[in-house]
Design a protein around this ligand. Structure first.
Ligand SMILES: Cc1ncc(COP(=O)(O)O)c(C=O)c1O
Length: 397
């Protein structure tokens, strides 16, 4: 069969392949400690489940508006306006089947062939995939490991800027490294964006997944909201990864185009799931807060475990549910330079399954430091603690 040429430019999320490999290893009777995928082994809050179940019983099973049911659009606008100190209305919100669709739809709406897009690398791999698939030029920027954070590497952004740069993708509260911009970095970046007349995709998948302090959105900076679309998702906050519910939020001109793409792609997001999300936003938040508490305990266990290993340095961020330990010394000790060899050796020796830097965008030439990513959203504290004992023994051997 002949496959279209454009598909050669389409990337993928290789973390799913690591999951399949770990499952195959587990199917042979081996113990697996799953740190590879940002999925969650935590039940969806009962408010959401009951809202969706009632909607099914009430017959909310047919098509619904392409942009989402008005009640949910209003509730999302209210939620984001409150947390972002902005004045979004339902006209600024278009519901999506998850957070991910916003990436491709935003680029389809705003990027012409040949436009250059600055995107984080290491970063969520779908940015690179969608930029290239849709005919843009993916220009990576990076982060630098400092004392207790990964700092945005402004020089790499400035190096990447040309007169063809049209878009910046920003994932503040970052996957995979947990990075968060400081107020100074936010305003410096905002000036750069406005001066260069860029559009922005603000991927805020982890906006509510934080254990200390509070999140501040990049759209609060002067001049930014009117040129930005926010990627909003229910997946993490409400432990709804498999339900597929999210939204694109931004200026009406772009949101209307994205709604038109919805018509072409999936007609509408799942009707009764939207009532589940609505009930989640409007209902009691006790279970939602409990999810964050549970994740915090896991972060503490995994962070302490990794930092106790000789040769690993691990920043423990206040947000997301990822850790991005620096394993340069451990890889050197083991005489390994190849990430995949390291990952597989660890899986087969210990059952500890994780992704590496390679799963977060094409590696750049001559990267001096080596990183792996631990997602702790799908593994309980007791298993984390057990895994850290075997992983330490293996790393230090
Ligand atoms: C940075 C980032 N953006 C977007 C997504 C997509 O989220 P969703 O599962 O809601 O599509 C993820 C999921 O892991 C993510 O890490």
């Amino acid at each position: 069969m002949r496959i279209a040429d454009r598909i050669k430019r389409l990337g993928t999320e290789t973390a799913f392949a690591v999951g399949a490999e770990a499952a195959a290893f587990g199917a042979k009777g081996n113990r697996v400690f799953p740190f590879h995928l940002g999925d969650m082994n935590i039940p969806t809050p009962s408010t959401v489940v009951e809202g969706a179940t009632k909607a099914i019983a009430d017959g909310k099973t047919g098509y619904c508006p392409n942009a989402g049911i008005p009640q949910l659009r209003e509730a999302i606008a209210a939620d984001v306006s409150a947390s972002h100190h902005t004045a979004y209305t339902m006209e600024n919100v278009v519901v999506q089947p998850g957070g991910k669709p916003t990436i491709g739809k935003f680029l389809a709406a705003t990027m012409n062939a040949g436009d250059e897009v600055l995107y984080p690398n290491p970063g969520y791999p779908i940015y690179e995939s969608q930029i290239e698939y849709l005919g843009g030029v993916a220009v990576p920027y990076g982060y630098l490991e400092v004392e207790d954070n990964f700092d945005l590497d402004f020089e790499s952004i400035e190096r990447g800027l040309t007169d063809k740069t049209r878009i910046l993708i920003l994932n503040d509260l970052q996957n995979p490294n947990g990075a968060e911009l400081s107020p100074e970095q936010r305003s410096r970046l905002a000036r750069l964006v406005v001066d260069n007349d860029l559009y922005v995709l603000c991927d805020e998948a982890y906006f509510d997944m934080r254990y200390a302090g509070s999140s501040t959105s990049f759209v609060e900076e002067p001049g930014i909201a009117e040129r930005s679309v926010i990627l909003y998702t229910f997946s993490k906050k409400f432990a709804m990864t498999g339900w597929r519910l999210g939204a694109s939020i931004g200026p009406r001109e772009i949101v209307d185009v994205i709604a038109k793409i919805n018509v072409n792609d999936e007609s509408c997001s799942n009707h009764f799931v939207q009532y589940g999300g609505l009930a989640g936003l409007q209902g009691d938040q006790t279970e939602v807060q409990a999810i964050v508490k549970m994740l915090e305990a896991r972060r503490d266990a995994a962070g302490a475990g990794l930092n106790a290993i000789d040769g690993i340095r691990c920043i423990v961020p206040n947000a997301t549910f990822y850790l991005f330990p620096n394993v340069t010394e451990v890889m050197q000790r083991k005489g390994l330079t190849d990430y995949e060899e390291f990952r597989r050796a660890a899986l087969h020796a210990t059952g500890v399954s994780f992704c590496t830097r390679l799963h977060f965008g094409r590696a750049l030439p001559n990267e001096p430091l080596q990183y792996i990513r631990f997602a702790y959203s799908g593994i309980d504290v007791a298993d984390i603690e057990e895994s850290m004992v075997v992983f330490k023994d293996w790393c230090e051997a």
